[in-house]
Design a protein around this ligand. Structure first.
Ligand code: APR
Length: 248
């Protein structure tokens, strides 16, 4: 593959699976134990905030006991040593950032932060007192100390950064790269990014444990665990791109 001008990366739950974070739709995935409409919608939060709070707070607690895996580190290396890139993640963990990726757009929000229900302001809230699954957290931005909600994009809410993502897709040119890692292609608009990138002329590459719904959107498909597939793939790309540039 010739050195791309830019690289658009999309990740899903599969990139964090080898760090011990459950995916959503695999066996024993998060949606097996919970109904989406009971824990991941604005109406669920209105109807039963305690259940929603517990669901997310247990996942926030889990962030403290997981580490980035080789897939996160390979993507951070690709971003550091390769062409200009944007990493769009559907994931709400902070493992890309902790692996060293800088240009990360968390389109479904982030577990680390909470959002004031009154002002909409978000705060990074991972202190012990913020992680009690039986006790809501109050903001520090309002005199009335309003309740804070998970800073997560729920079903029916608009994903974050859509204008930035659209701008990146529009700027893709033939020879650019769209790399998709660890997602089942169930949820739009993320699932449509590879199709749109291909329409812009980019080369689309998939790394996934098994063939997802949108497997036909990809020019190149690498099936296997991202932690095993990505490091050598990134190494090969960086080596061939540096040979292209005459800098070995
Ligand atoms: N390496 C690579 N891929 C993997 C690995 C792995 N080690 N383990 C699992 N996978 C793949 C699975 O084969 C599956 O295709 O990751 C994908 C995970 O799919 P989902 O569980 O559906 O997760 P995701 O695609 O990220 O879901 C998208 O749906 O519920 C919403 O908001 C939620 O962001 C989430 C969105």
């Amino acid at each position: 593959m010739k050195r791309p001008g830019r690289v658009l990366i999309l990740t899903g739950a599969g990139v964090s699976a080898e760090s011990g974070i459950p995916t959503f739709r695999d066996a024993d995935g998060l949606w097996e134990g919970h109904r989406v409409e009971d824990v991941a919608t604005p109406s669920a939060w209105l109807r039963d905030p305690a259940t929603v709070w517990r669901f997310y707070t247990l996942r926030r607690q889990a962030l403290l006991s997981v580490e980035p895996n080789a897939a996160h580190r390979a993507l951070a290396r690709l971003q550091a040593e390769g062409p200009p890139s944007l990493l769009v993640s559907q994931n709400v963990d902070d493992l890309h950032q902790r692996a060293g990726s800088e240009a990360v757009l968390s389109m479904h929000g982030q577990l680390r932060s909470l959002r004031c229900e009154a002002s909409g302001r978000c705060e990074d809230r991972m202190a012990d007192e913020d992680l009690d699954e039986h006790r809501f957290v109050s903001c520090s931005c309002c005199a009335t100390a309003s309740r804070m909600r998970p800073d997560i994009v729920w079903f029916g809410e608009r994903p974050l950064g859509m204008d930035t993502i659209a701008g990146w897709i529009d700027a893709l040119r033939p020879g650019d790269l769209c790399l998709v890692v660890g997602t089942s292609g169930h949820v739009h608009p993320a699932a449509g990014i590879a199709t749109q990138a291909r329409r812009s002329g980019a080369t689309t590459v998939l790394v996934n444990l098994d063939a997802p719904l949108n497997v036909d959107d990809f020019d190149e498909v690498h099936l296997g665990p991202a932690g095993a597939v990505l490091p050598p793939l990134v190494e090969d790309w960086l080596r061939s791109w540096s040979e292209d540039a005459g800098t070995v």
